[in-house]
Design a protein around this ligand. Structure first.
Ligand code: MEV
Length: 320
């Protein structure tokens, strides 16, 4: 039996980092996915392969170790942890396919974690709700990263556009917020946990200052929620730019991201900012108009893709 699950990547529109300190955030799923297929293995060991990412590894699911056969997968710890939580350690073959760049800030770790758990539930014929799936995927992310908010795993499970409140409750926006986003990403490797820890150290050194920056990001997110409900595009863009200034102030910007962010604004983005952890990774440009010009202006120097908001969350299929 083969169990196949796919989950979308995400962009964070407002509130990354502040969400780790219980501030609200707004995120959207995008039309790029990670897919995990699981089936019984003919071997007496578990394998993980990705043709898209060009890697292959043998996994030891009992002690969460692996042996690389080919390539250097950054995502493997999430898959191992998900297996550890759910699987009975019988040998299986796992294939990961993605249509978005892993390690680029589009939430690949959350999408892969959600897809892995769902594929394993399917494989073991275990019923689950989206709520349980998002909750368990968040647990896996926390185990791997140390600190993680439930934002990435929630959006990869539920899709659409969501608001995560200070009470950790998730609500979906019941409005037609459709726009193209241009995503520029750097090839510089970065790890979410390292960037999150760096911010936490800055907060330890300057607790009052960093606390009030996080609170201000929270205020921006609240205003943005109202602006999205009213479809006030100008305000949404302006608030993204203010949010960016504060992300810069907590040290998660880079020269490459900055170059893309300002270039995008110059060529017609209504707002632009880092999305996700920063320190490398991705920026987003909000382009209700002129997405073509922004896309081409970034493509001159950087890696770039266009994404749209996706309303398709986790999908699980099994076949004999
Ligand atoms: C990473 O995509 C978003 C952060 O806020 C971390 C998290 O929410 O776990 C930086």
């Amino acid at each position: 039996m083969e169990s196949i699950a796919s989950a979308p990547g995400k962009i964070i529109l407002f509130g990354e980092h502040a969400v780790v300190y219980n501030q609200p955030a707004i995120a959207a799923a995008v039309d790029k996915k990670a897919t995990i297929s699981v089936k019984e293995s003919q071997n007496d060991f578990t394998t993980l392969k990705s043709y898209d990412l060009d890697f292959e590894a043998r996994l030891n699911t009992e002690n969460k170790t692996y042996e690389l056969v080919n390539g250097r997968p950054g995502i493997i710890r999430y898959i191992l942890e998900a297996l550890y939580q759910v699987h009975d350690h019988s040998p299986i073959d796992i294939i990961l396919s993605t249509d978005f760049p892993v390690g680029s800030g589009l939430g690949s770790s959350a999408a892969v974690t959600v897809a892995t758990l769902a594929a394993l539930y399917g494989f073991h014929n275990k019923k689950f709700s989206k709520k349980t799936l998002a909750h368990n995927a968040h647990f896996v992310e926390k185990k791997v990263q140390g600190m993680a908010s439930p934002l990435d795993t929630s959006i990869s499970t539920h899709a659409g556009l969501i608001y995560l409140g200070m009470d950790k409750k998730i609500s979906r926006f019941n409005v037609d917020f459709e726009s193209t986003f241009v995503v520029g990403y750097t090839s510089r490797k970065r790890s979410t946990s390292k960037v999150v820890n760096k911010v936490s150290q800055l907060k330890n050194r300057h607790p009052y200052i960093v606390d009030s920056i996080m609170e201000t990001i929270g205020l921006i997110t609240e205003e943005a929620k109202m602006a999205i409900l009213k479809n006030d595009k100008e305000k949404i863009g302006e608030l993204m730019n203010i949010n960016q200034g504060l992300l810069d102030s907590i040290g998660v910007n880079t020269t490459e991201l900055s170059r893309m962010i300002y270039r995008a604004r110059k060529y017609g983005a209504w707002g632009s900012k880092i999305t996700g952890a920063g320190g490398g990774g991705s920026m987003i440009a909000y382009c209700p108009t002129r997405s073509g010009e922004v896309y081409h202006s970034l493509r001159e120097y950087d890696n770039v893709i266009k994404v749209n908001i996706s309303h398709e969350g986790i999908i699980l299929k099994t076949r004999e």
